[in-house]
Ligand binder design. Structure first.
Ligand code: HGY
Ligand code: MN
Ligand code: MN
Length: 423
C-alpha cells in the first residue's frame, strides 16, 4: 500500500474514452448543430442506461454502490479509517434535451478516473472517498434544478420532491419507483468531510484568458418562475383591440420588460431568459387564450435578485391591467448566491500551481450540485475551459482531452490531500 505521491497523473485516454462512451447513451443527431447531441433527461430510460453504465464502471473499480431515497447514487472507496466522514466527489449525468458530453459527466467520470488512478497506484487514503451521481440536476424535466442534491442536503423535503411532475404529469416518485431507484440511504445524507466537483465552465472566461483552471468562487442566485397567462380565445380578424384579452401579447410584454431590466443595469449583473413558451390554441387566426412562459433569473447579488423579483411582480400587475389577462405566477426554483470557503478555493489553486497550471477565480453562471452540498460541508469546484465561447446546453459544448485531464489531475491531488487528512 503506498500513500500520496504528487507525481501521479490520471490516465487521460481512459477518461476521454469514458466521456465518449457515456456520450453515446441518449445520443441523437442534431441537424442544427450538424453534430451528435445528447438527450438524457432525468429518470428517463436513457438516464437509467447511463446510470447502469457508470455504476458498472464503479463496481469494476471496486466501489461499494448505494442509493439514497431520491435516487442519488454513491460509489464508496473504503479508507483506512473507514468510520471517518468521506470526501465526496461527483456531479450529475442527467442532461438537458440539447446537451453536449461534458456538463455534469466530467464531474462524475473525472471522479471515477480519480478512483481508478488511486487503484492503479495502490494508494490508500485515511478517509473513504465517495463518488456521487445526483438525480435531476438540470431541472428540465421536473421543473426545479439540483433536485437530488437539494434533497441530499435537506433544502427540499423528500415528499415534496417525489410529488414534482413533468409536463406529461409523470411524477418523480413514480419514476423512482418504476426504475427501482428508491435506495436505503436516508436523506438528508450524513455530512461529508468535504465536497469537490470538476465541471466544464460553460462560459467564455477561461478560454478567452488562456487560463487552464477555474478556481470557483461560488454560484450565483437562481430564480425560476412559471407564469400561466389566461386571456380569451377570439377571432383574429373580427376582434378589435379593445375587446381582446391576448395572452400572447402579455407574454411578449413581460419578455421585453425582462430584457429592459437586464439592460438597464439597475439590478447588477442580472440575466433573464424566457426559455419555454407554450400558446393555446396556438393557431394562426385565434388570439391566444392561454400562454405558459418560464422565467429564469440569475444574479450574483441576492438583494438585487429580490428587487428584480418584486419589480417583475409589479410589472405583471400592470400587464394584467393593460391587457385584461390574469397571470398565475409560481416560483419553481429559488437558490441564493453561494460562496465556497476560501480554504477550498486555496486548495484548488495550490494543486493547480503544483501541477504548473495557470488558474483564475471565477463565479459560476450555472447552478451546480456543489451549491447544494455546500450546506453540509466545505465545498469547492474546479472549472475547465470550454471552446467556442464556452457554449453549453448545446451539442457544440466542447473541451479538449488535455483540458479535461488538467481539471481531473487537480481533482486527483486535491481529493487525495483531503482524504489523507486525519480527523
Ligand atoms: O440551470 C443551470 O444552471 C444548471 O445547468 N442546472
Ligand atoms: Mn451541470
Ligand atoms: Mn447544465
Amino acid at each position: 500500500m503506498s500513500t500520496y505521491d504528487s507525481s501521479i497523473r490520471i490516465d487521460s485516454g481512459r477518461l476521454w474514452r469514458s466521456l465518449g462512451e457515456l456520450g453515446e447513451v441518449g445520443a441523437y443527431f442534431d441537424a442544427d448543430a450538424d453534430l451528435r447531441g445528447v438527450r438524457r433527461l432525468a429518470l428517463t430510460d436513457a438516464d437509467l442506461a447511463g446510470r447502469e453504465l457508470v455504476v458498472g464502471w464503479m463496481r469494476a473499480a471496486g466501489l461499494t454502490v448505494t442509493t439514497d431515497r431520491i435516487g442519488n447514487v454513491y460509489g464508496r472507496r473504503a479508507g483506512v479509517d473507514d468510520t471517518s466522514a468521506p470526501v465526496l466527489i461527483g456531479s450529475h449525468i442527467d442532461t438537458v434535451a440539447t446537451a453536449g458530453r461534458f456538463d455534469g459527466c466530467l464531474g462524475v467520470l473525472g471522479g471515477l478516473e480519480v478512483v481508478r488512478t488511486l487503484n492503479d497506484h495502490g494508494v490508500s487514503t485515511t478517509r473513504p472517498i465517495e463518488l456521487a451521481i445526483f438525480t435531476e440536476e438540470e431541472g428540465v424535466r421536473f421543473g426545479t434544478d439540483m433536485l437530488g442534491s437539494a434533497v441530499a442536503a435537506g433544502r427540499i423535503e423528500l415528499d415534496r420532491a417525489r410529488e414534482r411532475s413533468d409536463p406529461d404529469g409523470v411524477t418523480v416518485g413514480a419514476e423512482l419507483d418504476r426504475h427501482g431507484l428508491v435506495g436505503e440511504v436516508a436523506v438528508p445524507i450524513r455530512p461529508p468531510f468535504a465536497y469537490l466537483e470538476c465541471h466544464i465552465e460553460q462560459g467564455p472566461i477561461l478560454a478567452a484568458a488562456g487560463t487552464r483552471i477555474g478556481v470557483v468562487r461560488g454560484v450565483q442566485a437562481i430564480t425560476w418562475l412559471e407564469l400561466q397567462i389566461s386571456g380569451r380565445a377570439a377571432h383574429a380578424g373580427t376582434t378589435p383591440q379593445r375587446l381582446r384579452r391576448n395572452a400572447g401579447l402579455a407574454a411578449a410584454l413581460i419578455t421585453v420588460r425582462l430584457n429592459e431590466m437586464v439592460e438597464s443595469g439597475a439590478y447588477g449583473q442580472m440575466l433573464a431568459t424566457v426559455g419555454r413558451q407554450v400558446n393555446y390554441p396556438n393557431l394562426i387566426n385565434i388570439v391566444p387564450e392561454r400562454t405558459l412562459i418560464t422565467v429564469d433569473l440569475r444574479n450574483h447579488d441576492g438583494a438585487a435578485m429580490r428587487r428584480a423579483e418584486d419589480d417583475l411582480t409589479a410589472y405583471i400587475a400592470e400587464v394584467e391591467e393593460r391587457t385584461g389577462v390574469t397571470v398565475a405566477a409560481r416560483t419553481t426554483a429559488r437558490t441564493p448566491p453561494v460562496v465556497f470557503p476560501q480554504g477550498m478555493r486555496d486548495l484548488v489553486e495550490k494543486h493547480a500551481a503544483n501541477l504548473g497550471m495557470s488558474s483564475d477565480q471565477v463565479t459560476s453562471g450555472a447552478g451546480h450540485d456543489a451549491g447544494e452540498i455546500a450546506a453540509l460541508c466545505p465545498a469547492g469546484m474546479i472549472f475547465v475551459p470550454g471552446l467556442y465561447d464556452g457554449i453549453s446546453h448545446n451539442p457544440r459544448e466542447y473541451s479538449t482531452p488535455e483540458a479535461c485531464a488538467d481539471g481531473v489531475n487537480v481533482l486527483l491531488h486535491a481529493v487525495t490531500e483531503l482524504a489523507c487528512t486525519a480527523r
